[in-house]
Structures are given as structure tokens and as C-alpha cells.
Design a protein around this ligand. Structure first.
Ligand SMILES: C[S@@+](CC[C@H](N)C(=O)[O-])C[C@H]1O[C@@H](n2cnc3c(N)ncnc32)[C@H](O)[C@@H]1O
Length: 402
């Protein structure tokens, strides 16, 4: 067991001084980049292939070149940090499960290592983001591969699973962030703050989020929060919210969804200037990194001389990948640190749902109730009662429907 506690020095600026320059790959609507920029970094280029996301980026990051397809980038422009929230389709539990190594889409992260290797000077920092399932899928071979790539490129690394709720947004969203550095100790950046998970306790009137598309084997139940928003390809099916106070069930608007990811409301509105933009907005929001999470990481990278204190123990060959680890040069350590680094109080879901939030449609509610009634799931009895009454009354009749 080792005790790691020391002061980071000289982490703030790029190795060449001045504001830290950031290149974003797989930018989407820019969650990762927006948080890092708010922390004081300057985005010098992004790489995004999707026309809707590119359109939003053009509006939100005017003057920042979009290098488009990462496969066509010979080398990234000179910068101190490359950030890549790479595609998760091959990693998500809901996905096809090929993983990073064999998956065509998640495997695109290879292109990041290739484009870095062609840079005259490699960036000081690399930041990757993806779903925590990477740690267990195929026995953790994906994260082992990522660690190996990072180390071969000459970096030390640290990763931590972080829940967006730690930063005050009522959105349960656990994501894996891996930070790597050529000369610094990334574990002293990522392993700061460890509040025991402060999940809110349900009171009589506490709104709860759930997936109305489920109901057989799970609900995605979240107290005073929504369950993780997902990228949806064709159909708009955001999680629903039960409001015990009014005994009803609503869906967040797209602007509510943006706010629940820490974006300014209307951030992706420019997408609707293109045909199909309405669905595309939901997809982008579901794909995005929560802005406050990347802001926190960015502030930790940019902040100089802060102390971090954590305990770690060597991770032996064959042991499972834990929720937080660090290493370099072939040595690996499991860190004893939780998923809630932030310091903000959990925001209440009520404050994020606008008055225009549409009611869950009768059809959706009836289908969900049918699945729930034939399952072994045990949501609060009041929830079931409200749902039965809601369906008996014809759902949110008279109001906007899903
Ligand atoms: C998980 S999302 C990234 C979300 C983003 N990090 C954010 O915070 O909003 C992955 C993105 O990679 C983009 N993408 C997929 N293939 C790409 C490629 N070959 N080149 C550039 N971007 C690509 C997708 O269009 C998608 O927007």
C-alpha cells in the first residue's frame, strides 16, 4: 500500500508556456471541449464527421477549424492536450459488443494515436472518455489495450469513473475518464476529492427518472435525477420523470436535456436548420460528455500546485480493472477513490424541467405499465398507483404527447 500525496508543479501551462492549446477529436456537440475551454484552455481544432454536430460546432466554435474525419488527419496541429470522447457503440452494453480492439467505430481511437505519433512534438496531455463498461467488457481487454497504447506513446496514465451528479446536475451519468501525461503525474490531477456518493434520498414529493421504454427487467430508476441519457438513432425516447406532487409523468424537452448535461439551453438548436435536425439534437445530447465533469478535469489540469491525497495498491496481472487506477512503464495501481469528486450540492430535478415539458403519451404509459405489471420489478407502490391512474385517465390527454 502506498500513500500518494504531493504537490503538482508546473502543470498549468503547456510545456511551451501560454494558454494551453486543445485539439478535440470526435467532438460531437463539444461537451468535452466546452468544459476544458471554460477551465481556461483554447480550442485550436476539432475533428467531427457528423453534419449536424459539425453545423453546431460551426456556430458554437466560430473560427475553430473542423478537421472532419480523424482517419484523414495526418498529424494533429501543435497543442498541449488532445481530448477524445471516442465512439462507444462497440463498448456500450446496449451495443454490438465488439470492443475497442475489434470494433470498427470504437476502434477509431487508434487514429488518435496515429495522428499524435506524426506530430513534431507530442502533446503533454491526452484525455479520453468513454463508458465504464470498457473496464469489464471482454475481461477488460479494451482498457488493457488503451493503457498499452498510451504507455507505448510515452505517457503515464490515470483513469477514474466519475458520476456527473457530483457536479450538481441531476443526471446519473457514470463515465470513464483516462488522463495521460508525458511528464506529469496524472493521478494527482484526477484523484482529487472523494465525497462518498451522495445519492439523494426519496421523499414524498421527490421526482424520479426512469426509462419508460423498459419495465421488464429494469427501470433505470433514478431518485431526483434522470438515468443516463443515451444516443438514440431513430426514435426519440428520452427517460421519463414521475412527479408524485402532480401524479403525472413527463418527458424533458430537448433544452431540459441540454441543461441536464450542463450545456446552455438551446446549445444545439442550430442543428434544426438542417433536415432531420430534431432527432439529431437528441442523439448529440445523448452522446455528449457532461460539461461540468470536463470543466472539473480541465480546472485540475490547469490548476497549479494543488495537493491530492489518495491510497493505492499494486494491481497484479489477472486482477480485474477497478473503478480508478494509475500507472506507467508497465506498473499498475488500483486507487482507492470514489466516483464523486465535485463539491457542489446535488441540484434538484424539479429545477431542470421546464413548464412546457410534454406529458408521457397514453400509448407509451400503457405499454410501460403492461411490461411493469408482468415483471418482478418493485418500484415504490405510489409510483405504480399513479401510473395505473394515469393510464386509466387516458394518459396526458389534452397536453403535448410524446
Ligand atoms: C461519443 S460521441 C462524442 C461526444 C463528444 N465527445 C461530446 O462531448 O459531445 C462520438 C463522436 O464521434 C464522431 N465520429 C465518428 N466517427 C468519426 C470520424 N471518423 N471522425 C471524426 N468524428 C467521428 C461521431 O459523429 C460522434 O459525434
Amino acid at each position: 500500500m502506498t500513500e500518494n500525496s504531493r504537490t503538482r508543479e508546473g502543470a498549468a501551462k503547456g510545456s511551451r508556456g501560454g494558454t494551453m492549446r486543445l485539439v478535440g477529436a470526435f467532438t460531437g456537440m463539444g461537451g468535452l471541449e466546452t468544459g476544458l475551454a471554460r477551465a481556461g484552455m483554447r480550442t485550436v481544432a476539432v475533428a467531427e464527421i457528423d453534419p449536424f454536430a459539425s453545423h453546431v460546432l460551426g456556430r458554437r466554435l466560430p473560427g475553430v477549424p473542423n478537421l472532419s474525419d480523424v482517419c484523414g488527419i495526418e498529424a494533429f496541429p501543435d497543442c498541449e492536450i488532445v481530448a477524445a470522447g471516442f465512439p462507444c457503440q462497440d463498448i456500450s452494453q446496449a451495443g454490438h459488443g465488439k470492443g475497442i480492439v475489434h470494433g470498427e467505430r470504437s476502434g477509431l481511437v487508434r487514429q488518435v494515436f496515429r495522428a499524435i505519433s506524426n506530430m513534431p512534438a507530442r502533446p503533454e496531455w491526452l484525455l479520453f472518455e468513454n463508458v465504464p463498461f470498457l473496464l469489464s467488457q471482454h475481461g477488460g481487454s479494451g482498457v488493457a489495450w488503451l493503457v498499452q497504447q498510451v504507455e507505448s506513446a510515452g505517457y503515464r496514465w490515470a483513469y477514474r469513473v466519475i458520476d456527473s451528479r457530483a457536479f450538481g446536475i441531476p443526471h446519473r451519468r457514470r463515465r470513464l475518464f483516462m488522463l495521460a501525461s508525458r511528464t506529469q503525474s496524472p493521478e494527482h490531477v484526477l484523484f482529487d476529492g472523494d465525497r462518498a456518493a451522495q445519492s439523494p434520498i426519496r421523499g414524498e414529493d421527490t421526482p424520479c427518472g426512469f426509462y419508460w421504454t423498459e419495465g421488464k427487467t429494469g427501470l433505470g430508476w433514478a431518485v431526483d435525477a434522470i438515468p443516463p441519457m443515451r444516443a438514440m438513432s431513430k426514435v426519440i425516447s428520452p427517460p421519463a420523470i414521475w412527479r408524485p406532487e402532480s401524479a403525472d409523468f413527463v418527458l424533458p424537452t430537448i433544452e431540459d436535456a441540454e441543461a441536464l448535461q450542463g450545456f446552455e439551453r438551446g446549445w444545439s438548436a442550430a442543428a434544426t436548420e438542417l433536415k432531420g435536425g430534431k432527432n439529431a439534437r437528441w442523439k448529440m445530447v445523448g452522446n455528449a460528455v457532461s460539461v461540468p465533469a470536463s470543466l472539473w478535469i480541465g480546472s485540475r489540469i490547469v490548476g497549479e500546485g494543488e495537493r491530492s491525497s489518495f491510497r493505492s495498491v499494486e494491481l497484479l496481472e489477472g486482477q480485474r480493472w477497478p473503478a480508478a487506477a494509475h500507472g506507467g512503464g508497465g506498473r499498475r495501481y488500483r486507487a482507492e477513490i470514489g466516483e464523486w469528486p465535485g463539491s457542489e450540492a446535488h441540484g434538484t430535478l424539479r429545477d431542470f424541467i421546464s413548464p412546457e415539458a410534454p406529458q408521457l403519451s397514453f400509448r407509451a404509459a400503457r405499454g410501460f405499465l403492461g411490461r411493469l405489471e408482468s415483471s418482478y420489478l418493485k418500484p415504490p407502490e405510489l409510483f405504480r398507483e399513479h401510473l395505473r391512474a394515469y393510464v386509466a385517465q387516458g394518459g396526458g390527454a389534452g397536453r403535448l404527447a410524446a
